[in-house]
Design a protein around this ligand. Sequence first.
Ligand code: TXA
Ligand code: MG
Length: 319
Amino acid sequence: MAEILNTGEAMERALALLDAGQILAIPTETVYGLAGDATSGTAVARIFEAKGRPSFNPLIAHVSGLVMATEFARIDPLSEKLAQAFWPGPLTVVLPLLAGSAMHPLVTAGMDTVALRMPQGFAASLIAALGRPLAAPSANVSGRISATTAQAVAADLGDRIPLIVDGGPTHVGVESTIVKVEGETLRLLRPGGIAAEVIEAITNRPLLRDASAGIEAPGMMASHYAPDAGMRLAVAAVQPGEALLAFGPRRAADWETAATMLNLSPSGNLREAAANLFAFMQELDRSGAATIAVEPIPHAGLGEAINDRLRRAAAPRPA
Ligand code: TXA
Ligand code: MG
């Protein structure tokens, strides 16, 4: 089983593992990441292997700031403005890859663009100390719910990795928002921890959401966050024996017939709901109920990312 060390005591061991091309789980503000040296093919392959993730899926490379980003990508003024506004934080920008950069092609799945973000806290210090970017998808087996605690990582990947760095529960709780600048156009490739409206306000332009974005970010596969239980979304009424994922102060009809209930945010706060989302889905899944009924979540702000994750969890499963 993986060793679990707190952020205060893990730095040296984490650096030694990364230098040896090994992978480990680290906390970020969004979700736990399964991290490896993004310039090492062995390390990146280990990530795919541990996750059981389809290899056509490109990974986010985490950097220690804009200076490191410029070693790997060509940064246009609008992307730079976004990075300055939101880094360190839950924003990923997709940028043209610099030809001849040390980024391993497994990270970008061979594409000529690279997704970069600067995370908060231990992860940023680790990257700065290593001096190289870290490829880090969410630290869960492919297709399962993203881990927001070290314990959730251990349950999922504990027998496949040597070290889990424990930074406590992540405070954002959903993955980063992914955007891409295309000329004058700003595209939303994945809704996430920074609300689209906030990005629109800072850049003073609309974030385009279109169907083709789903193809461009292949991680947006239909069934990406799949619990064992079936999912019913935006329920008006609960059916007997269902597990209820509630939201806000008002209950769906027949809520008393639920086998068990967790409320993402009793006060109706979407940030609190995002932070609780994956852990509550996992807990309801563990209850053994055949179906998780989910109350309607408003689509504004972080609600867009929450509803996106819920839709994926409810999507038909691959056979
Ligand atoms: O919050 C996060 O972003 C977390 C934490 C650990 O930082 N990381 C994360 O990484 O969610 P991952 O690998 O699970 O998600 C990567 C997403 C996928 O949807 C992938 O398809 C997309 O980023 N992506 C990566 N490179 C891309 C590129 N060059 N163009 C478009 N999409 C890209
Ligand atoms: Mg993931």
